[in-house]
Design a protein around this ligand. Structure first.
Ligand SMILES: Cc1cc2nc3c(=O)[nH]c(=O)nc-3n(C[C@H](O)[C@H](O)[C@H](O)COP(=O)(O)O)c2cc1C
Length: 158
């Protein structure tokens, strides 16, 4: 059976996800953020998580080779962050949106949880690169509700 890409995208969209901003610092010292919903847990021991990066991203070289980065899980009040860091050519993090983590990656302020990661492995995944990171620290907010993405739209739990 030939799979039509648009139909596949629509079908995959029926799997509800959270929304994250992946953050890192470029070699030039710029703090960068990229919206992603491909985050998944991989392993508890060792602590590994993954996300996948489009091969044709303008910031592919930076995010695919970043040794230290963070995966920030967004809350409902971060909808503007999600749109902002999904814009092509506009991944510079606003100074008011982040603080520095223990291992150098920028952490999104008020994220539900931020996982600081050190690059563990990358794997080819068709038109994406699967990036596996070892979790080196976690910082969670006590309250807050998750920003959700379902069928191409943002949702919330209520
Ligand atoms: C809800 C949502 C989820 C996304 N998930 C991913 C993802 O998992 N991986 C990815 O590479 N891009 C993802 N994107 C696209 C990027 O955020 C962004 O649009 C893209 O990086 C822009 O192109 P550029 O990388 O060339 O600047 C997502 C966008 C949205 C709005």
């Amino acid at each position: 059976m030939d799979i039509d890409s648009r139909a596949l995208r629509n079908a995959l969209g029926r799997f509800a996800t959270g929304v994250c901003v992946i953050s890192t610092v470029s070699e030039k010292g710029e703090p960068l953020g990229l919206t992603a919903n491909s985050f998944a847990s991989v392993s508890l021991d060792p602590p590994l998580v993954l996300w996948s990066l489009q091969n044709n991203s303008d910031v592919y070289d930076i995010f695919s080779s970043a040794r230290y980065y963070a995966i920030n899980v967004l809350a409902t009040d971060h909808l503007e962050h999600s749109n902002r860091y999904a814009k092509k050519g506009d991944h510079l993090l606003d100074p008011g949106h982040f603080r520095s983590g223990k291992f150098g990656a920028p952490l999104v302020e008020d994220a539900l949880v931020s996982f600081e990661c050190e690059l563990h492995a990358t794997h080819e995944g068709g038109d994406h690169l699967i990036i596996v990171g070892r979790v080196t620290d976690m910082q969670a907010r006590e309250d807050g509700e998750p920003l959700l993405f379902y069928s191409g739209s943002y949702r919330n739990l209520a």
